[in-house]
Ligand binder design. Structure first.
Ligand SMILES: Cc1cc2nc3c(=O)[nH]c(=O)nc-3n(C[C@H](O)[C@H](O)[C@H](O)COP(=O)(O)O)c2cc1C
Length: 130
C-alpha cells in the first residue's frame, strides 16, 4: 500500500466549500477504499491519502489537477504494510475553533507514524497559536 502526505495552498480566487470537498472525497474514497485525513485551516490543506497503490495514484492525480489549490508539495511518500488512518476524515479549523481542530487532528492521527502525526500536530498547533 502507498501513503502520500502533501501540503498545498488554497487558490485565492477559489470559492472553497469544505463541506463539498468532504462530500466528494467521502464518496470517492469509500469506493476506492482510500483512508486518510484532510486538514484545512482556511488557507492551506494538509492531507494524508493511503490505500492500494493504483487507487492512491488515481486519486492523487485528480487532486493535483484540482485548481482549487496550488503550490502542492509532497511531504512524504511511503510504502506501508497496514493502514495508519482507519477511516476517511476531515478536520477543519475555523478562526476561534483552532484548539478543537488540534484535538481532532490528534485523535484522528492516533495510529499514524510518529513523523506523519507530528506533521499534522505541528500544523494544527501553529493554527491554534495564531
Ligand atoms: C484539498 C483537496 C483535497 C481533496 N481530496 C480528495 C480526496 O481525498 N478524494 C477525492 O476523491 N477527491 C478529493 N478532492 C477532490 C478532487 O480534486 C476532485 O475534485 C474530485 O475527486 C472529483 O470527483 P467527482 O468527479 O466525483 O466530483 C480534493 C480536492 C481538494 C481541493
Amino acid at each position: 500500500m502507498r501513503q502520500i502526505v502533501y501540503i498545498s495552498s488554497m487558490r485565492r480566487q477559489a470559492a472553497i466549500d469544505p463541506a463539498a470537498i468532504l462530500g466528494q472525497s467521502r464518496r470517492n474514497n469509500a469506493r476506492a477504499r482510500i483512508t486518510g485525513l484532510l486538514f484545512f485551516d482556511g488557507k492551506r490543506f494538509l492531507q494524508a491519502l493511503e490505500g492500494e497503490e493504483a487507487a492512491v495514484d488515481a486519486a492523487f492525480a485528480r487532486i493535483q489537477a484540482d485548481d482549487r489549490h496550488h503550490a502542492l508539495v509532497v511531504l512524504s511518500d511511503r510504502t506501508i504494510a497496514v493502514r495508519e488512518f482507519g477511516e476517511w476524515a476531515m478536520a477543519y479549523a475555523t478562526p476561534g475553533e483552532a484548539g478543537d481542530a488540534l484535538e481532532q487532528v490528534m485523535r484522528l492521527s492516533m495510529g499514524a507514524d510518529p513523523a506523519v502525526r507530528g506533521t499534522f500536530a505541528g500544523f494544527a498547533q501553529v493554527r491554534a497559536a495564531a
